[in-house]
Design a binder for this molecule. Sequence first.
Ligand SMILES: [Zn+2]
Length: 463
Amino acid sequence: MRILIVACSVGVSLAAAALAQSPLQACATFDIDQIGAERLGQTKSELGQWLELGDVLFACGPTPDLLAASAPRLRLWRSVDPSEIFLVRAAHPGNAAWPEGVAVLARSGPHAVVHAATAEAQDRLGQGQWHAHLNGDDGCQRSIVSPYSRSLVLARQSANSRRRGTTTFGLAAAAAAGAVDAQRWFADVETLASWNRYTHGSQIDDASAWLEAQFSGLGLPVTTPTFSVSGTIANNVIATWTGVTRPNDWYLVGAHYDSTSQNPGSSAPGAEDNASGCAGVLELARVLVPRQPEATIIFVCYSGEEQGLHGSEAHAGAIVTAGDASKLQNIVTMDMIGYTGDADLDVLLETAAAFNSTLDVFEDAAAAFTSLRTVRSLNPFGSDHMPFLNRGLPALLTIENDWDSYPGYHSTTDLPANLSQAMGGGILQMNAAVLAEQAGAGTASGDLLFADGFEDGTTTSWN
Ligand SMILES: [Zn+2]
């Protein structure tokens, strides 16, 4: 899943920066869903300094101001000085063992807002010793700690952006979304999870061979380029649909198929992380190939992700070296798409700020064809979209938004039974509609296409 490798430069002593206790100061969280998109701007100006974390707004300031704020308040912490508040970005804050004296006040994705009142607690936080080497990771996971010093949007729910859906999807996009078979996807997750797909393990080659056979079965040419991961020869599985009329317009859909756990030498089923994503690539191939897209679509499952994004790094590098980077129109990656901790089917759309607008069509597809709730993040990290973004290429990650509290994360208990077909199927329908629309997919035999006006009953004909 997500890994974050940074130089552990947080060794600086934070203590010197803080210690101005003030009983008149407080911090609070407010419910953004109840505030609503229209009033969000006004609420923020009322609060002065704030952090937007998806469905929560965090703010600190004079206690009377927070008490007087018109916005519906969730929690209030009295006698907290804003200088004791720190922003922590960690690979997996949901599983972090926070140091003594540090309290988590709000969290969203990789970000946590914490209160460290004493110099000792701030030192412990600053030293970063508390970050955990999560199960079986060869990649070290450190954290970034910074003072809460300015207003930031860390994650934004699409419902709160003023943008109104503008994409008009064609019939083929609707048909592609409708053709996604969540049961078939889940069966592939079970198949992949039956192998220990640890990059350094012995069974990953069986999974690779199976993937190759599935893609070849769709009539696609398949390659398995190799690369080394600390001496282990690993390989990606790449299947290419060459576009009918726009062969030089490339769309890439990718996900890693390797897995890990706290004991990867003996078991690493990796159902959610990331059989769910790789089986998703396969399901999108099954849906899109029969619709003969005008443009080229590259379907790829990467290896070596858990050890440092090795597979996607090798692929992105090879495309650039071959001089094909400009052909890439859009790169959709999937990492953990099947888990949900509650009835809220929320999906995170993540890319770099430069490509923020590329998320619009995904939001619109989710609204048009699924019951997903979308959240945006422009703080990308830690998965297969990064090697492309780092090369200035338009890539995004679609990931279920409960990933940071998934109990089976990097564990031998990451099993198919934890997954939801509604969650995985929804993300695949969104991606199928967007890829069908952008790559110019046609319709396939058996597609039941709604004639305009069917939804509102003004026509009863099928095309
Ligand atoms: Zn993963």
